[in-house]
Design a protein around this ligand. Structure first.
Ligand SMILES: NC(=O)c1ccc[n+]([C@@H]2O[C@H](COP(=O)([O-])OP(=O)(O)OC[C@H]3O[C@@H](n4cnc5c(N)ncnc54)[C@H](O)[C@@H]3O)[C@@H](O)[C@H]2O)c1
Length: 266
């Protein structure tokens, strides 16, 4: 029970990585505020946690709004008496190059993926500091480490999350709050499932990862739990890549085995 006695807010908890994380944080002993703009989804998640004997409430919230972030934090304090972990995980994606991405899509993705992390920190940090410290975790992406085709705003937003993580870590270390982010590779969540619906697409995507498959939401949830727990007590300001080896392999690997023929045969 890595999170016994702690209270955690998880955003984007209605689906995918956030849903798996809400269930995992609760299984590790945390009281959970499951937040999502799709309120009915988090009502289901909170009920599932309570049915399994855990503690959880749902909070319908749009992470782009300051007032909703404040309300999430207030809900954690009034329901469970404090806040020890905040997982800023809600995110969205819109495809496009600089030429064809609508300006409104730029604003939407930057608001959900970046501004929301700032707003979550704005309200969570003082409460975690008052309680003696805590852990703030954000979901970035391997798309924040390098460019992807026709994904300018998603790539820019996730790169921003990585450096926002470092800047928050610098500011809040003195309050006892550690700040880290996770860079997932391709994870089998509903939006990715839709992208990989075509025949053979899932296998092709998996083949880019050294481990030969795309990841499962629980594999990101496990990293978030660890970063939120006292097991990670000396870890702050880091971008933890959890990608099955997707980014470990250089493009030059495609050029094949560089050993002379006689060694390759052996
Ligand atoms: N799935 C992947 O392969 C992958 C890879 C790298 C990073 N990520 C990141 O992981 C996070 C979770 O993505 P997922 O794949 O689980 O997607 P998902 O669509 O399954 O879940 C995202 C959740 O965020 C919620 N959300 C969206 N906008 C919101 C808003 N304004 N306010 C509150 N909630 C909002 C959605 O309702 C949804 O329930 C995102 O930040 C995403 O960018 C995902």
């Amino acid at each position: 029970m890595l999170l016994e006695g702690k209270t955690a807010i998880i955003t984007g908890a209605g689906s995918g990585i956030g849903r798996a994380s809400a269930l995992r944080y609760a299984a590790e002993g945390a009281a959970v505020v499951a937040a999502d703009v799709r309120e009915a989804k988090v009502e289901e998640v909170a009920a599932e946690i309570r049915d399994a004997g855990g503690r959880a409430i749902a909070c319908g919230a749009d992470v782009r709004l300051a007032a909703d972030n404040e309300r999430m934090v207030d809900a954690a304090v009034s329901a469970f008496g404090g806040l020890h972990a905040f997982f800023a995980n809600a995110g969205t994606i819109r495809p496009g190059t600089a030429v064809d991405l609508p300006e409104a899509d730029w604003d939407l993705v930057m608001a959900v993926n970046v501004k929301a992390v700032f707003l979550g920190a704005k309200y969570a940090m003082p409460v975690m500091a008052d309680g003696g410290g805590g852990a703030f975790v954000a979901t970035a992406s391997v798309s924040g480490l390098a460019g992807d085709p026709a994904s300018i705003v998603y790539s820019a937003s996730k790169a921003a999350v990585i450096n926002l993580t470092r800047a928050l870590a610098v500011d809040h270390a003195r309050d006892g709050v550690r700040v880290n982010c996770i860079c997932p590779g391709a994870i089998d969540t509903p939006p990715v499932g839709r992208m990989l619906a075509a025949e053979g697409a899932r296998e092709r995507a998996g083949a880019h990862h050294l481990l030969g498959r795309i990841g499962q939401p629980g594999e990101i949830a496990a990293a978030a739990v660890w970063l939120s727990s006292d097991q990670a007590s000396f870890v702050t300001g880091q971008a933890l890549v959890v990608d099955g080896g997707l980014t470990a392999k250089s493009r030059l690997s495609g050029m094949g085995d560089p050993r002379p023929e006689r060694l390759r045969a052996g």
